[in-house]
Design a protein around this ligand. Structure first.
Ligand SMILES: [Zn+2]
Length: 491
C-alpha cells in the first residue's frame, strides 16, 4: 500500500472568510454585463455584498457609504475588462493526471479509452483530491468560476467515498461546483467497452447516488455545491441503470448528464446493440428535457436537433476535445439557429489536455468559422455560450452568467495592460478571444470571495498541487506498468 499523500495544510483560504465584508470593484476600464440588453460600460464600479452583486454604476462609493462594522475591500479595475465568471459544463477532473500520454496522443476515442481504463483502475481518494485541485486551479486562473465535473470511474477496490475527497478539494479552492455521481455498469463481459474491474453493480451505484445526494446536494439559492446524476455513456451502462438513475434524479429534482453522439463508433455501437441511434435511445429512456444535458452532440441529424430544441435538452459543446480526438465538428450553428440550449465544456484533461476555459471559448469561435465561415460565430456570442448558455444547462440561469444586480457575485477581471493586448482595445471584450498570449485572470471572485488575486490562487500553494499531481501521475503509470524509463520530477 502506498503511503497516503495527505492533504493541503489548512491555511487562511477563501472558504474561511465570512460575509461580513464587501468588495468594491472600482473604476473598471470596460465591463461586459452579458445581460439581455448586452450593456457594456466604462469607468464604473461594482459593489459585492452577501455573495451577490449589490450595485453596478459610476461612483458607487458616494452612493453606498460603508455601513458601520463592515469591512470593504477595494480592487482597482482601471486596467481590466470585467465579465461574469465563465461556466464549464463538462469535465473529468481525474483525467488531469493522465494528459499528454505518448501512447494515446494520436488515438481516437474508443482506443484512447481502452488504454486509459487500465490506468484509471488505480484511482483512489488521493488521486481524486489532487486532480480536482489541479483542474479547478487551472479553471479559476483562466476565468471559470463555476464548473461541473463528471466522475464516472469507481474501481472495485477504491474506497466508496471517492466523491467526498473531491468535495474536500473544491471547498478548499473555492470554486462553485456541480459534482456528477457518474457510473459505469456494463463491463466487457456484458458487451460494454470498459474492463469489468472499473464497473460497479447497479445496486451499489444507486445506493451511492442516494448517499452523495443526501450528503452534498444543496438546492438553496447561491448554493456552492450541487449534485448531478450522470451514467457515463451508451457503451458503458445498461438501459435499466439509465432508467433508474433518471427516476432517482426526478425524485430529488436533480439534473442528469451523459455523453452522447460523440463519435461514429458510438453511433455504430448503438445501432448494433440497441437497434437505434443514440438520441432515439435517450428518448425511449425518457432522457430528454430541460433538466438533461449531453456532452458533445457531434453527430446529430437535423430532425434530432429539432427534437433537442423542442424538449429544451442541453448540449455541452467541447470543441477542443472533438478536435484533439479527431471526433468531428459539432453542428453548433445549426443548434443555435434552432434555439438548442448550448453551453461550453473543456472536457477531461486527457483529451484537451488543459482546463483553460478562456481558450475553450476561442476554440469554439474558431471551429465554428472553420465549419460555417467568418460570420458563423462572433466573439460576444461565444462568450455568452460560456456564461449564459452554460448556466442554463446547469439550471442556474437566474443566478450566474451575467453581471446584474441581484445575481451571484461571480466575476472575473482580465488584465489588458499587457503587450499582447496593445493595439487590440477598440473592443476590449473581443480582445480576449482575438488577441492575448495568456488567458490568465487578474482577479477572480466566486460567491463574493476573492479566489485569485493578482493572478495567483488566494491561500493555495500552487507549487504543492503541481508536485502532488506529478507524483500521483507517475505512481499510476508505474502501477499500470506504463511508466517511462525516467522518473518523476523532483521539483
Ligand atoms: Zn467527457
Amino acid at each position: 500500500m502506498p503511503e497516503p499523500l495527505g492533504r493541503l495544510q489548512a491555511r487562511p483560504g477563501p472558504q474561511r472568510r465570512s460575509f461580513v465584508s464587501e468588495i468594491l470593484i472600482r473604476n473598471a476600464y470596460h465591463v461586459a454585463t452579458l445581460s439581455d440588453s448586452g450593456e457594456r460600460l466604462s469607468g464604473v464600479d461594482i459593489l459585492l455584498r452577501d455573495g451577490r452583486i449589490a450595485a453596478l454604476g459610476p461612483k458607487l462609493e458616494s452612493k453606498h457609504p460603508l455601513p458601520p462594522g463592515v469591512e470593504r475591500e477595494c480592487i482597482g479595475a482601471e486596467r481590466c475588462v470585467v465579465l461574469p465568471g465563465l461556466v464549464n459544463t463538462h469535465h473529468h477532473l481525474f483525467q488531469t493526471l493522465q494528459r499528454n500520454l505518448p501512447a494515446v496522443q494520436d488515438a481516437k476515442l474508443f482506443d484512447w479509452l481502452l488504454h486509459l481504463y487500465d490506468i484509471w483502475s488505480f484511482i483512489d481518494a488521493d488521486v481524486v483530491y489532487w486532480s480536482t485541485l489541479l483542474g479547478c486551479a487551472e479553471l479559476l486562473l483562466t476565468g471559470c468560476t463555476t464548473t461541473s465535473d463528471h466522475h464516472y470511474v469507481f474501481p472495485a477496490d477504491a474506497p466508496a467515498e471517492l466523491l467526498d475527497a473531491q468535495m474536500d478539494a473544491v471547498a478548499r479552492i473555492g470554486i462553485r461546483f456541480h459534482t456528477s455521481r457518474g457510473s459505469m455498469s456494463r463491463g466487457r463481459s456484458g458487451g460494454g467497452l470498459p474492463p469489468d474491474s472499473v464497473v460497479q453493480n447497479e445496486d451499489a451505484i444507486l445506493r451511492d447516488c442516494e448517499r452523495v445526494i443526501a450528503r452534498f446536494h444543496d438546492p438553496s439559492a447561491l448554493a456552492m455545491r450541487r449534485v448531478v446524476l450522470a451514467p457515463c455513456s451508451p457503451f458503458s451502462v445498461t438501459e435499466s441503470l439509465m432508467r433508474d438513475t433518471r427516476s432517482l434524479a426526478r425524485r430529488h429534482a436533480l439534473h442528469c448528464h451523459t455523453h452522447l453522439a460523440e463519435t461514429h463508433d458510438e453511433n455504430a455501437y448503438c445501432l448494433e446493440r440497441y437497434g437505434r441511434r443514440p438520441l432515439q435511445l435517450m428518448q425511449d429512456l425518457e432522457w430528454l428535457g430541460p433538466d438533461v444535458w449531453f456532452a458533445h452532440g457531434v453527430f446529430f441529424a437535423e430532425e434530432e436537433l429539432d427534437l433537442l430544441a423542442q424538449t429544451r435538452t442541453g448540449i455541452a459543446h467541447c470543441p477542443t476535445s472533438n478536435m484533439r480526438l479527431g471526433s468531428g465538428i459539432a453542428p453548433l450553428s445549426a443548434m443555435l439557429a434552432r434555439g438548442v440550449a448550448v453551453g461550453l465544456g473543456v472536457d477531461g484533461s486527457a483529451s484537451n489536455d488543459t482546463s483553460d476555459m478562456l481558450a475553450e471559448v476561442r476554440q469554439a469561435l474558431l471551429l465554428a468559422r472553420v465549419a460555417g465561415g467568418a460570420d458563423a460565430l462572433d466573439a460576444e456570442t461565444a462568450l455568452r455560450l460560456a456564461t449564459r448558455g452554460s448556466a442554463r444547462l446547469l439550471g442556474r440561469a437566474d443566478e450566474i452568467g451575467s453581471l446584474e444586480v441581484g445575481k451571484a457575485a461571480d466575476l472575473v477581471l482580465f488584465p489588458l495592460d499587457r503587450l499582447d493586448f496593445a493595439g487590440a482595445l477598440a473592443d476590449p471584450l473581443a480582445a480576449l478571444l482575438f488577441a492575448g498570449l495568456s488567458h490568465r485572470v487578474h482577479t477572480s471572485i466566486v460567491n463574493g470571495r476573492v479566489v485569485v488575486r493578482d493572478g495567483r490562487l488566494a491561500g493555495i500553494d500552487a507549487a504543492e498541487i503541481g508536485r502532488r499531481a506529478n507524483t500521483l501521475s507517475f505512481r499510476m503509470l508505474r502501477q499500470a506498468g506504463r511508466a517511462p524509463e525516467f522518473g518523476a520530477p523532483d521539483w
